[in-house]
Design a protein. Structure first.
Length: 703
């Protein structure tokens, strides 16, 4: 592996005059008549113009990595080379890249879940040579149908393969994806004359070495300085969850231009939008952006931000890689990402074409638990892996993910991840009909995964140092990426000893009160389950209407900040706070007015054994002058979070009841559930015991 860093006076590679003319034509089309490739960009393009080259570019966001692969594509195509295949992580990135390629005079297209009707035409154009560039997701690349139809036919004809956000092919990276790792398998089938370019802004030395090794021994690594002079980094620590929401609502008008406010969950995005509107109404336009939105709605919101028609998008990490607004004025994080590398990547969206941009991290002690979840979420469980492999080995043919869920008792999402991990190790393969074992034995590589886990926990420690302000914030970030040029920036909140002037370090009490009041006012709807799960439960099919609960209500959903302190106190054994009781009374009253169904009896269902549901149900009985009691819950070892819904449903069927004989409408106060299966089973048994309707009120619906 050779390494070249242009600022160390090493010789650069140059294009010949004809190649430079072609490359400059692309760049001027993209960036204006005076734009030209810089020397470091030309080095990469010149290397890729040599057949069979392997190049890894590790450069800061905004450096111009995409200009390299557009220019290289034009040079290779002009010399009679084949089309370029770009493996790209996000639909938004693909859309922007297709537009950029078109401006550069290249014909580009994408194959993804949002344009299924175009697939046949795109594949036809690619195979007959009229398409210059095809962008695909790593998931599409791993699809056996796509591989059979397109990759097999193209393997010997591609001129260039680009792996964008290449840190994701390394399980030492912060965003490892099993489907992305299979890119290296595709590289083994290429014509040796096909050049390969991998690009990323977020790779330390270990990740860089791993990616370069996957590309090949002769990989040229071009690594530049990673510090961003335009970014003013700030940290505010010590705000509680509700105060963080209030800070954003209060300070958003003070932040320059338009920007992004990152949150950790979809529920956070929706709640924070509500909080901002509670303070500013429609005068400060904001919107929630999450991966669950339809593609056309995400595109619309991206365009709104690009045009400055919204002050901010309140976004999960779904808005990240590939989104390019050069004049993005700020990035705020409500909660810290689990690693300095992922944090660096997200804040790099700001200030690309500005002299100054504000970056703010609103840290919380709650982040620790989230970091630990991310650290361990993708580490395989050997016992579950063996269970999955046994089910595949005993099958008569390929098995689908739903079939494996039923056979193993492991939740569907986890089954899908496990199959992809096993495919990376060669133990299983995916066909158009499902998953098959290959016959290659699989063993749990404990030292490797212990090393991965240790790296992730060290990264969490770096984020703790960042939050504590132990050194210059930009220096700490770039040192975490092993940048040898790291130095103090002179403008972060550590270097200056204060946050960016004009911004408050804490929200006003009245703003906190306003935000909390609005967020506590509304309850989310708990939609009743409509299907029995089969599997370990046995019964499958529709739940009869006579056995179903009514649409219920949820006081606190997931990590709702407006309830965090109250719930913590209640779960610790303190008396139920007045806020919780008042909210429950108001929700039940409004629920009755809206539905016309009012409870005749009020029961509690304490699933955690802490008595919270019983206490709140008693308060509701006192206010509403109703009778009721606690529903019986039998002791037992509850299923873990990785078990299937069928397993959990079977457990609660066997551990609830016997139910008392009842009549009329029954309100059931439930302390805590994630799946809703105990609510579904209790409702069915209460209906059988005589209830006309069952109204579930869940205090805390966990994620």
């Amino acid at each position: 592996m050779s390494t070249q860093q242009p600022d160390r006076q090493q010789p650069t590679r140059e294009l010949d005059p004809r190649q430079r003319e072609i490359a400059d034509g692309v760049i001027t089309s993209l960036a204006g008549p005076d734009a030209r490739l810089r020397a470091d960009q030309e080095t990469a393009v010149a290397a890729l113009a040599s057949p069979g080259a392997r190049v890894l570019v590790v450069q800061a966001t905004g450096w111009g990595k995409s200009a390299v692969y557009w220019a290289a594509t034009a040079v290779i195509r002009a010399a009679g080379g084949g089309p370029t295949l770009i493996v790209s992580p996000l639909l938004s990135l693909m859309r922007d890249q297709v537009a950029a390629a078109t401006r550069g005079g290249l014909r580009a297209a994408t194959v993804n879940s949002a344009n299924i009707d175009d697939w046949s035409a795109v594949e036809h154009d690619l195979l007959d040579g009229t398409l210059d560039v095809l962008l695909v997701s790593p998931e599409r690349l791993a699809n056996p149908g796509f591989g059979r139809r397109v990759l097999d036919a193209l393997a010997g004809r591609l001129g260039l393969v680009v792996i964008d956000e290449a840190h994701a092919i390394s399980d030492w990276g912060h965003d490892f994806r099993p489907d992305y790792r299979r890119v290296s398998d595709v590289l083994q089938t290429l014509n040796p004359q096909t050049s390969v370019l991998a690009t990323t802004a977020t790779a330390n030395e270990r990740v860089t070495a791993d990616v370069a090794a996957q590309l090949g021994d002769a990989t040229l690594v071009l690594r530049g300085p990673l510090a961003r002079k335009s970014l003013h980094l700030n940290v505010i620590d010590g705000l509680d969850p509700l105060e963080r929401y209030a800070w954003v609502a209060q300070e958003l008008p003070m932040l320059p231009g338009s920007g992004i406010v990152y949150v950790l969950t979809v529920a956070d995005a929706d709640r924070l939008v509500q909080a901002v509107r509670a303070v500013h109404g429609d005068e400060l336009p904001v919107a929630a952006y999450t991966g669950g939105l339809p593609a056309d709605e995400r595109h619309r919101l991206e365009d709104e931000l690009l045009a400055g028609r919204v002050k901010a998008l309140i976004a999960t990490s779904a808005l990240g890689m590939g989104f390019d607004k050069p004049d993005l004025g700020f990035v705020v994080h409500v909660g810290a990402p689990p690693s300095p590398v992922s944090y660096y990547q997200q804040v790099g969206r700001a200030g690309r074409a500005l002299d100054e941009a504000v970056v703010m991290l609103l840290a919380s002690k709650l982040d620790d638990a989230i970091w630990e979840h991310f650290a361990t979420a993708t580490i395989p469980d050997p016992a579950r892996m063996d269970r999955l492999l046994e089910a595949l080995a005993n099958a008569d043919g390929p098995m689908t993910v739903p079939g494996l869920e039923s056979a193993t008792g492991i939740r569907r999402g986890r089954v899908e991840l496990m199959c992809k991990q096993l495919a990376v190790d060669g133990a299983v393969e995916r066909t158009s009909d499902g998953w098959l074992v290959t016959g290659k034995p699989w063993t749990y590589d404990a030292p490797h995964y212990e090393g991965v886990l240790a790296v992730r926990r060290r990264e969490a420690d770096i984020m703790r140092s960042f939050i504590r302000g132990e050194k210059c914030l930009m220096r700490l970030l770039t040192e975490s990426l092993d940048d040898p040029r790291s130095q103090d920036c002179g403008q972060c909140s550590v270097c200056r000893g204060e946050i960016t002037p004009g911004l408050a370090e804490a929200p006003e009490v009245e703003v906190v009160r306003t935000v909390g009041g609005v967020l506590r006012r509304d309850a989310e709807t708990l939609e009743p389950r409509k299907m029995w799960p089969g599997g370990a439960f046995g019964t499958r099919g529709r739940i009869p209407p006579a056995a179903m609960a009514e649409p219920g209500r949820i006081l606190a959903f997931a990590d709702a900040p407006q309830w965090r302190d109250v719930l913590d106190a209640a779960k610790a054994g303190d008396a139920v706070a007045d806020q919780l009781a008042d909210a429950a009374v108001n929700v039940v009253a409004r629920w009755g007015r809206e539905s016309g169904v009012r409870p005749d009896l009020i029961f509690s269902l304490d699933l955690t054994g802490r008595g919270l549901a019983a206490t709140l149900a008693q308060k509701l009985r006192e206010v509403g002058r109703r009778d009721g009691d606690a529903l019986p819950v039998q002791p037992g070892q509850r299923p873990g979070r990785e078990e299937t819904g069928a397993t959990e449903a079977a457990y609660w069927r066997d551990h609830l009841g016997p139910m008392p004989q009842v009549s009329g409408n029954v309100l059931v106060v439930v302390d805590e559930t994630s799946s809703g299966w105990p609510v579904t089973l209790a409702a069915a048994q209460l209906r059988e015991a005589g209830a006309t309707a069952v109204l579930p009120l869940v205090i805390h619906r966990t994620a």
